[in-house]
Design a protein around this ligand. Sequence first.
Ligand code: ADP
Ligand code: MG
Length: 249
Amino acid sequence: MLEVDDLHVSYGAVNAVQGVSVGADAGRVTLVLGANGAGKTTSLRAIAGYHRPKSGSVMVGTDEVAGERAHSMVRRGVVLVPEGRRVFATLTVEENLRVGGYRAPRAKVQRTLAEVYEQFPILSERRNTAAGLLSGGEQQMLAFGRAVMSQPKVILMDEPSMGLAPSMVDSVMAKVREIADTGIAVLIVEQNADAGLAIADNVSVITRGVTVWSGPAESASRAAVHAVLGESALEDVPAEGAPVGGVDS
Ligand SMILES: Nc1ncnc2c1ncn2[C@@H]1O[C@H](COP(=O)(O)OP(=O)(O)O)[C@@H](O)[C@H]1O
Ligand SMILES: [Mg+2]
């Protein structure tokens, strides 16, 4: 569905991303793990068309789309749930959701809205509340629901767990799994390895702007993730576990 190969992105002289390769498939959750500053946000923004990559390939289906702008990527079915959620604080929940469905005809928006309310009951309950009054977790659900409103093929999610209470993190991750299971490809970037690994099918690890490991979630051992990301990535690490890219004993 989405295939990113050897992506390079820079800010002037700063080479923030210098060799990120990752893919996302329908119905699957692909987790990109990386420490603070590893280049996760830069990669997602470049894929979503908010920042032009210096080089590399971004394929959606059989089309090469690297460098296309965000509105064109949304039309192709690739939508970003940004870091920090970025909901419109003074608009109600429902108004925020309608912004997500802005491209569709009115009757269709109504239908999609009903579906999103069914998938996100919390948003249904809060539909007339200003988004700025929601809790962080509710705002994350809203940003997620707003993306689903565009009926995407691929959702890119930037650190949804950031700043949320642990129970809310679990709810958001469960919802990510649920939405992927409807057939959408989800590419989620996280520093919270435990939360991400709980729902991921595939994992990529990036360090200093480079993909250093990719594989199925089962073989992304906690110890390996710990070794790459450092102490903060996991709450507790078991003594056993294969090295990065290693095989099961
Ligand atoms: N607007 C910018 N201008 C210059 N450097 C930036 C900018 N945004 C991010 N960076 C740098 O790019 C690198 C990657 O940042 P980012 O993609 O935000 O990482 P992450 O999301 O993994 O924390 C960091 O070294 C960061 O300081
Ligand atoms: Mg970031």
